[in-house]
Design a protein around this ligand. Sequence first.
Ligand code: DC
Length: 218
Amino acid sequence: MGFQIAIDGPSASGKSSIAREVAKSFNFVHINSGLMYRAIAYKAIKEQVNLLCEEKLVELIEHTTLELTPDQRVIMDQNDVSEHLKTVSIEASTVSSFPLVRERLVHLQQEMAKSLDCVMDGRDIGTVVLPQADVKIFITADVEDRAHRRTNELKKMGIDADYENILDEMIQRDNQDINRPVGPLKQAEDALLIDTTGNTFEMSAKIVIDLIKERLGR
Ligand code: DC
């Protein structure tokens, strides 16, 4: 069994960037589970599969191969779809609300993490995917702060982004992710809560890295 770190939190809390930094610092594999829900949502849209039909979504997953590369590219059915996933947000949240979709992707995530030193980020990693993880962290920040971060991130990528729209969508997505009955966004009882409101990315990453160093006894 490898050393496993679970990082959960709402969208744009900084969890994926922090997980990437952690992976770099400790030479661990980074598994961004949100990318997998995004990839399935992207394929469903492309193939005009009804995002509200659980049965069709499961069938689609069964005919899909998904791979995450060490540099965070997403290879789906042998194609690199990474560039298409940033804007498939609310749709990813919608497909992720179905128990059978989660069951398939959780299984895949557990297989990916098996016997690896890894850091996995998502919503249910500490509670469902890796309940036995060595370190569990729950990262949060005020929704306005997160919406500002996401707006700036998209603008930097040259994507047209309006703060008010992003804030509205983020509130909607938080609600969907928190209130779904299966695998909701939830802090595990044994997870450490880190609030990054007002922090720079460097500050937040350092807090998490120092904490893991302490746990690893380094
Ligand atoms: O982390 P993210 O914002 O890229 O995730 C996109 C959506 O996928 C998110 O709104 C909810 C879903 N998701 C999930 O249900 N469980 C996870 N472990 C990761 C993401």
